[in-house]
Design a binder for this molecule. Structure first.
Ligand SMILES: CC(C)[C@H](C(=O)O)[C@@H](O)C(=O)O
Ligand code: SF4
Length: 476
C-alpha cells in the first residue's frame, strides 16, 4: 500500500512507494513489484534458458506479454504470405521466442498476429500500458510507457529472468529531475524536435541516475503519441526513465483502446488515476526549465543524440577529439549548416516516430510529391494496427505514389539487425532515436530528425528545413 506521508511527493515517489515490497537499505536494493512485464525476441532467450536450467515456472504469465519486432523482416511478404528473414539466425530467434512464450503460457504476438509490432507501440495501443503501473522490459526504450503516468524502464537479460521467475525486481531508488517546458513551440516543431532540444540542453549523461518528469503547459498540450516520443528518448539523456502525469488526455487514449476499461470500470479507473501526478510543492533533485519558443526544428550532426542542432544553425566547432571523430565519421564540417547536405536514405519509423500521427505528418508532405531520385525512403509502421489504420486513410498509397517504400511493421532500420540497413558512407535522415557509429549499418551515417524533416528532406534530396514545406504550399 502507498505510504501516506504528509510531505508532498513527486509522481516517481508515489509510484515507487506503491510498489515497494521490501524497502531498500544501505546494504541492499529495494524489491519492487512489477505490474507488467513486456518481452521480445532479442533479450528473452537467455532468460527463458535460465528458467529452464533451474526448473522454474513463470510466476505471472498473465502479467507478461510478448511481441516480435527487432529481428522481423519488414520487406513485403512473398506471394504465399511468407516472410523473408534477413538470415537463419533471425528466423530462429523469432521461432524460439514464440515457442518459449507458448511453453510458459505467455500471450505473445508472433508473425501474422494482428496485434504484433514494436513492443513500445503495441502495449500502449492495445491498452496494456496504464497509469500507476510499474512496467519493465528488456529494452532501454521502455521509458516510452512513462508517458501514461507509469514507472517504466528497461532491464537487462538477467533481470528479465528475475522478473519472469518472481514478478519482482531489485532496484535502487533514482534521483528525480523535472524538465518543465512552457510556451508555444515554434512553427514546424514536433515532439521529436522538443526532445532532441531537451537532450541537447541536458546532455547525454545529464540524466544519469535520474528519472525525468516532463511537465509544463507545452507538455500538457501534447497528445499521447507526442508524449510517448518525449518519454521514449529520456534514455538518450542518460535517464533511467521518463514520465508524464496522467490527465484527461491519458484517460481518453486508454478509453479508446481495445483492452482498456470501459463504462463503470473506466469511471473507477479515472478516479484512481487522478493520483498519478506530482503533489503541489513536491521537490525534485534537479530542475530544468525550457522555453518552447526557443525550440526550432532540430536534428543531430554527430554520433550521439546530444549533438542536437537547430536545423538552420551551424555545426559547432569541434572542441574535443570525440567531436572531431564524429565530424569525420559523419563527413561534416564545423561552421557549416546542415541544410543542403545530400542524403541517401530517409527512414520513418521506430518506437519513437512510427505511430499513426507520425505517418500522417509524412503523408501530408508527400501527397502529390515525389521523393528525390537518388533517395531511398522507407516508411515503416510501428505495428500492424498502425499499418491498418494508415491504410484505411490511404497513407500507404500516398507513400507509394511518392516513390517511397511502404513496409511491414518492425524496428527496421532503427537497428540494422533485420535486413534493413544503409550502406557504408550513406547518410540517413532518420526518425529513430540512436545515431552512434554503425547503428544503421556498418559505416552508415545517421542524422536524427522529426518525421516532417525526414519527409521534406526526402523530397528535396538534401537535409531541409520543414518550415519551407509549409511555405511551398500544396503541389499543383
Ligand atoms: C535490443 C535491445 C536490447 C535494444 C535496447 O535495449 O534498446 C534495442 O531496442 C535498441 O534500441 O538498441
Ligand atoms: S524501434 Fe529501435 S529503439 Fe525502438 S525498440 Fe526497436 S530497435 Fe529499440
Amino acid at each position: 500500500m502507498p505510504s501516506h506521508s504528509a510531505a508532498p511527493r513527486t509522481l516517481y515517489d508515489k509510484l515507487w512507494d506503491a510498489h515497494v515490497v521490501v524497502p531498500e537499505t544501505v546494504e541492499a536494493p529495494a524489491l519492487l513489484y512489477v505490474d507488467l512485464h513486456l518481452v521480445h525476441e532479442v533479450t528473452s532467450p537467455q532468460a527463458f534458458a535460465e528458467l529452464e536450467r533451474r526448473g522454474l515456472p513463470v510466476r505471472r504469465p498473465d502479467r507478461t506479454v510478448g511481441t516480435t519486432d527487432h529481428s522481423t523482416p519488414t520487406s513485403p511478404r512473398g506471394r504465399d504470405g511468407s516472410y523473408r528473414y534477413a538470415n537463419e539466425a533471425t528466423r530462429r530467434q523469432v521461432a524460439l521466442f514464440s515457442a518459449n512464450c507458448q511453453r510458459h503460457g505467455i500471450e505473445a504476438f508472433g508473425m501474422g498476429a494482428p496485434d504484433r509490432g514494436i513492443v513500445h507501440v503495441v502495449a500502449p495501443e492495445i491498452g496494456l500500458t496504464r497509469p500507476g503501473m510499474t512496467i519493465v522490459c528488456g529494452d532501454s526504450h521502455t521509458s516510452t510507457h512513462g508517458a501514461f503516468g507509469a514507472l517504466a524502464f528497461g532491464i537487462g537479460t538477467s533481470e528479465v529472468a528475475q522478473v519472469l521467475a518472481t514478478q519482482c525486481l531489485l532496484q535502487r531508488k533514482a534521483r528525480t529531475m523535472a524538465v518543465t517546458i512552457d510556451g508555444p513551440p515554434g512553427p514546424g516543431v514536433t515532439a521529436k524536435d522538443i526532445i532532441l532540444h531537451v537532450i541537447g540542453v541536458v546532455g547525454t549523461h545529464g540524466g544519469v541516475g535520474h528519472v525525468i518528469e516532463y511537465r509544463g503547459e507545452t507538455v500538457r498540450a501534447l497528445d499521447m503519441e507526442q508524449r510517448m516520443t518525449l518519454c521514449n528518448m529520456s534514455i538518450e539523456a542518460g535517464a533511467r526513465s521518463g514520465m508524464i502525469a496522467a490527465d484527461a488526455t491519458t484517460l481518453a487514449w486508454i478509453a479508446n483502446t481495445p483492452r482498456g476499461p470501459k463504462g463503470r470500470e473506466l469511471e473507477a479507473c479515472a478516479a484512481e488515476w487522478a493520483q498519478w501526478r506530482s503533489d503541489e510543492g513536491a521537490m525534485f533533485d534537479v530542475e530544468v526549465h525550457i522555453d518552447a519558443r526557443d525550440i526550432r526544428p532540430t536534428l543531430t550532426w554527430g554520433t550521439h543524440p546530444g549533438t542536437a542542432l537547430a536545423v538552420d544553425a551551424s555545426v559547432p566547432v569541434a572542441t574535443s577529439d570525440e567531436d572531431q571523430q564524429a565530424l569525420a565519421y559523419m563527413g561534416l564540417e564545423s561552421g557549416r549548416s546542415l541544410l543542403g547536405t545530400p542524403i541517401d536514405v530517409a527512414f520513418v519509423g521506430s518506437c519513437t516516430n512510427g505511430r499513426l500521427g507520425d505517418l500522417r505528418e509524412v503523408a501530408r508532405i508527400l501527397r502529390g510529391r515525389r521523393v528525390a531520385k537518388h533517395v531511398r525512403m522507407l516508411v515503416v509502421p510501428g505495428s500492424e494496427a498502425v499499418k491498418r489504420a494508415a491504410e484505411i486513410e490511404g497513407i500507404d498509397r500516398v507513400v507509394r505514389a511518392a516513390g517511397a517504400e511502404w513496409r511491414e511493421p518492425g524496428c527496421s532500420m532503427c537497428i540494422a539487425m533485420n535486413g534493413d540497413l544503409a550502406q557504408p558512407g550513406q547518410l540517413v535522415v532518420s526518425t529513430s532515436n540512436r545515431n552512434f557509429e554503425g547503428r544503421q549499418g556498418p559505416g552508415a551515417r545517421t542524422v536524427l530528425a522529426s518525421p516532417s524533416t525526414a519527409a521534406w528532406s526526402a523530397v528535396c534530396g538534401v537535409l531541409s528545413d520543414p518550415r519551407q514545406w509549409a511555405a511551398a504550399g500544396d503541389p499543383a
